[in-house]
Design a protein around this ligand. Structure first.
Ligand code: TRP
Length: 337
């Protein structure tokens, strides 16, 4: 039997990032954004600045507005390509909140109560102060993903449980109302891309550790080079990759390898007989070159405001063409007249 050979379209991918900082740090970049850029080659990618997730904790309106734009500009500076992928802001597509309501009505209170990220965050805020939005955060995330028939969702390890919930909700909706949602697979970013704090190499790089061990991509590169030069290293003097025995030195090797595209083994050979100071010097040079260009491209997007706004407006139109159709389907199936 002759088969029609329509080429299968690449799998749909969705990911999001909260606009909660004035600059991404190197861990965000190597752990997530750099992957997003690569995944565009093999997927139909949709990337979202999730501002509605950001207001689950209190935000200053002007700061939030600024951070949404700076976050989107950094995606573009990293190489997210709006000609191939969709880049948009969550609040520009009201379908997310609308679908989230329907999914909330399918989620058990106990089920939502088991989300460990909520438990951690609400413990930090105090259970009385934590918002209901923080509680239902994972269900909005499920709506983000399911509205776009995303098959692949690149996220960090900390999002695994939210992805499990998303899968459960998709299956539950499909079982109750008929086949509607694609059940997504997580694409957990591998540990090799895990960048550790320069001062606390037992912890992932994070702005919440005080900042002295965190490389913010839009910071003055001289200040960042200084942070690299005062990074905590380990006992001994050999430059070898040994994450357990030498977490600080290994982290610097990981960074240099990622930024230069050189394998760790090649770097180990190159630094044979050299010391930690030489390694730091090279990491600082590679970082300065990378971050300098990155910041320049970001500021170009920000200073040419209308182009950035056009990209985001166009992204929202293209996103809503997909999510609007899926939401209409959901509304019809649940019995909205
Ligand atoms: N919760 C995610 C995080 O903190 C961000 C996010 C929101 C997301 N919606 C998403 C990630 C949809 C992937 C898909 O990292």
């Amino acid at each position: 039997m002759p088969s029609s050979k329509a080429p299968t379209p690449p799998p749909r991918l969705f990911s999001g990032m909260q606009p909660t900082a004035d600059s991404l740090h190197l861990g965000n970049y190597l752990g997530a954004l750099a992957q997003w850029v690569i995944l565009q080659d093999s997927h139909q990618a949709i990337y979202c600045v999730v501002d509605q997730h950001a207001i689950t904790v209190e935000q200053d309106p002007d700061v939030l507005r600024r951070r949404v734009r700076v976050t989107a500009a950094q995606f573009l500076a990293a190489g997210v390509d709006p000609a191939r992928s969709i880049l948009f802001v969550q609040s520009h597509a009201p379908e997310h909140a609308q679908a989230a309501w329907v999914l909330q009505c399918l989620t058990g209170f106990g089920e939502a109560s088991r989300m460990t990220q909520f438990k951690d965050k609400s413990q930090r805020e105090g259970a009385e102060r934590a918002s209901v939005g923080l509680f239902t955060y994972p269900i909005l995330q499920a709506a983000d993903i399911l509205l776009y028939d995303a098959a692949v969702v690149p996220v960090g390890e900390d999002q695994r449980q939210h992805l499990e919930l998303t899968r459960d909700l998709a299956q539950r909706f499909n079982a109750r109302y008929g086949q509607t949602f694609v059940v997504p697979e997580p694409h957990i970013v591998k540990a090799t891309a895990k960048i550790l704090d320069l001062q606390r190499p037992d912890k992932q790089m994070s702005k919440s550790l005080g900042g002295s061990g965190c490389l913010f991509l839009l910071d003055d590169v001289k200040a960042s080079a200084k942070k690299i030069k005062s990074a905590v290293t380990d006992l001994g003097r050999e430059v070898v990759f040994d994450p357990d025995g030498k977490p600080g030195v290994s982290n610097l090797l990981t960074i240099l390898s990622a930024l230069s595209g050189t394998s760790i083994e090649t770097l180990e050979k190159r630094f044979e007989g050299a010391g930690y100071g030489d390694l730091k010097k090279e990491v600082a040079a590679a970082y300065t070159e990378f971050a300098g260009g990155f910041a320049e491209r970001t500021h170009q997007w920000l200073s040419d405001g209308s182009t950035l706004d056009d990209v985001l407006a166009d992204g929202a139109v293209r996103a809503r063409a997909i999510s609007g159709e899926r939401l209409a389907d959901v509304y019809r199936k649940v019995g909205f007249a």
